[in-house]
Design a binder for this molecule. Structure first.
Ligand code: ADP
Length: 614
């Protein structure tokens, strides 16, 4: 896979991500600056740490030693200096750990606040994207992005980027100080750098490869688990449990092996780095001691130098670990930005205004619409409906009925022609105000996790309890709701009480009813229900549709037959139009389909009757 893995490849995207999230970070300015100052203080104090030792060696152990050049220190009596140095040591270390604490907590807080806001915006943005985007993207994948990518990015910023930044600052600070302390010694120490590079580059890239493989395996493992648990019914019916268990344990075993391999490689990297530091230290120690004996260097300086040498290069061995994590984080960040950059296809036009209260006069004027350019799904659709009338859309599946209704909701905009409500193009209104006046009942109604109150109130968040109960009564739902364990407070949806298809449908109808919208769209609302449930739902729908301009998509032509206008749609065109009587008289496709269904119904009834009399 072409994911960047090296630090120099990751950094550009990382800066891009940082730039993109900059406005969010700016909102947390005070906290971010405070944390950065704490980080700088930590680095500075770490650089100071060996200095008290230097004074002890140069001025206390050898009182005749060379002056430090700092009058305040040179004027002190050796014992005072010793005590002050000891105190200084504790103070510097104490302050350093305080600063470290401040920067860790501060950055973690900044990261959490920034990313929580990004996540909220991302969620809002996802909901604003048009249906055409959501149809292409898989729902689950989006949830993963919203939840886990943000979490990953936060983790990476806190556990990889900041430590890396701290380490780089320390490395730069120490190297600069070492140059300043003694040029020749520093150049000698640098002799080992090429060795460092050769040894760590190879091991680091091996570690990256293994970790990447391990991540891929973990992904595959999660996919196997999700697949088999998600389809557990099929897995059980086909007795595939053992097969899946074997696949899973195979992947699990390999992932374990990779994990061990990564740890082994990390350990050998640590060993190599330690050894190289020892070699550099030996070289510096040898030459440094000579310099000290020749009075060209103080013992204290040598001590400071050696301590920097040891500490500066130690973090190098963690770089591989950090870059692996950074790569993961940048990939997550890029995916998030990708999503944020998606533009909603249906947008409010400039100057769009809130829709006035509709009467419900709907006209389609020569509408043509294509999901894929060049392959129109709807062609020259032209009809009108008076307020309170019912239009039935019938035809084979795939003929374009649902597409037609989604154009009324402005889930998509037509390519040609326009839709007018009460004489005005719906594109003149904001999408939100347009949709607020349209109720929809779909074939499979989704209940959200929450109480029945809440589920009905989703139709109209400001509804009073009385309005909700009235809506439930219209929907034939009041009685069964009252019989539930906690009545209207019963929790349904995910992990809640399970309701039958008919019951769910009636709650959805109540949701549509509470909205009191003048326009209603019913998309195969009774499909999949048994006869008994169907009867109650149809009754509820009739009450709901009373006085509203209603579009009903129905496979069952009995339901369609009552409509004021029936449109028979084939391949995106209106093939026949009229009332039931007119279409039956015309004896075309509608009549043919109707007769077929009537015969089927007759046959079913007769079979049932014989079954009962037996
Ligand atoms: P119906 O409601 O009559 O069953 P639809 O309006 O759902 O028909 O679909 C009409 C045609 O448009 C079908 O060929 C379907 O495959 C296609 N279609 C529906 N939704 C999309 C979409 N989001 N992207 C691309 N094609 C689609």
């Amino acid at each position: 896979m072409g994911h960047p893995q090296k630090l120099q490849e990751i950094m550009p995207s990382f800066w891009q991500i940082l730039q993109r999230f900059w406005p969010y970070i700016q909102k947390q300015q005070a906290l971010a600056i405070g944390s950065l100052l704490a980080l700088l203080a930590e680095v500075g104090l770490r650089l100071l740490e060996p200095w008290p030792l230097k004074f002890v060696f140069d001025r206390v152990v050898d009182p005749t030693g060379e002056a430090s050049g700092i009058p305040l220190i040179d004027n002190l009596a050796p014992t005072t200096l010793l005590w002050l140095s000891a105190l200084g040591l504790v103070l510097v270390t104490g302050l350093r750990s305080l600063a470290a604490y401040g920067s860790t907590v501060g950055f973690a807080l900044t990261g959490t606040r920034v990313l929580t806001e990004v996540r909220n915006d991302l969620y809002r943005h996802l909901q604003s994207l048009s249906l055409s985007f959501h149809t292409k993207a898989k729902g689950g994948e989006l949830t993963i992005r919203v939840i886990s990518d943000i979490g990953l990015l936060k983790d990476v910023v806190v556990t990889a980027f900041l430590p890396l930044l701290g380490n780089v600052l320390i490395l730069v600070g120490m190297v600069a100080l070492m140059f300043w302390l003694h040029l020749e010694l520093m150049l000698l120490a640098l002799l080992t750098v090429p060795l460092f590079y050769i040894a760590t580059a190879r091991l680091s890239s091996q570690i990256r490869d293994v970790s990447r493989k391990q991540r891929q395996r973990e992904g595959a493992m999660a996919a196997t688990a999700a697949e088999s648990i998600g389809a557990i019914k099929i897995v059980k019916t086909l007795s595939l449990e053992e097969t899946f268990a074997q696949t899973f344990s195979g992947q699990s075993h390999k992932s374990l092996k990779d994990g061990v391999k990564a740890k082994r490689l990390e350990a050998s990297l640590e060993r190599t780095v330690d050894l190289l530091i020892a070699i550099a230290t030996a070289i510096v120690l040898g030459r440094g001691a000579q310099l000290v004996l020749n009075n060209a260097l103080t013992p204290g300086d040598l001590l400071v130098f050696l301590s920097y040498l040891k500490n500066a290069f130690k973090p190098v061995k963690d770089f591989a670990k950090y870059t692996g994590r950074l790569a993961k984080g940048t990939a997550a960040g890029e995916r998030i930005i990708d999503l944020l950059d998606q533009k909603p296809e249906v947008q409010d036009l400039p100057g769009a205004k809130p829709a006035p209260q509709f009467q419900g006069y709907v006209q389609f004027e020569n509408i043509t619409f294509a999901y894929e350019p060049g392959h129109p799904t709807l062609k020259d659709i032209d009809f009108s409906v008076a307020p309170g009338q019912q239009v039935a859309l019938v035809g084979h599946s795939g003929s374009g009925k649902s597409t037609l209704t989604s154009l009324i909701l402005r889930l998509y905009d037509p390519d040609r022609g326009c839709i007018l409500i009460d004489g005005y193009d719906i594109r003149e209104y904001t999408a939100v105000s347009l949709r607020a006046q349209i109720s929809v009942v779909l074939q499979e109604s989704l209940l959200f996790a929450g109480s029945i109150w809440e589920n009905i109130a989703y139709g109209s968040p400001n509804a009073t309890p009385e309005q909700i109960i009235t809506a439930a009564k219209i929907a034939n739902a009041h009685d069964f709701i009252q019989n539930l364990p906690q009545g209207y407070d019963t929790v349904v949806g995910e992990r809640g009480v399970t309701l039958s298809g008919g019951q769910r449908q009636r709650i959805a109808i109540a949701r549509a009813a509470v909205r009191q919208a003048p326009i209603l769209i019913l998309d195969e609302p009774t499909t999949g229900l048994d006869q008994e449930n169907e009867q109650v739902v149809v009754e509820a729908l009739e009450r709901l549709a009373w006085g509203k301009t209603t579009f009903i998509i129905a496979h069952d032509l009995y339901l369609a037959a009552r409509a004021d206008l029936i449109l028979y749609i084939e391949n995106g065109c209106i093939l026949e139009r009229g009332t039931h009587q007119e279409l039956m008289q015309a004896n075309g496709r509608y009549a043919e389909l109707y007769n077929l269904q009537a015969a089927q119904r007759d046959l079913n009834n007769r079979q049932e009757a014989t079954h009962v009399t037996r």
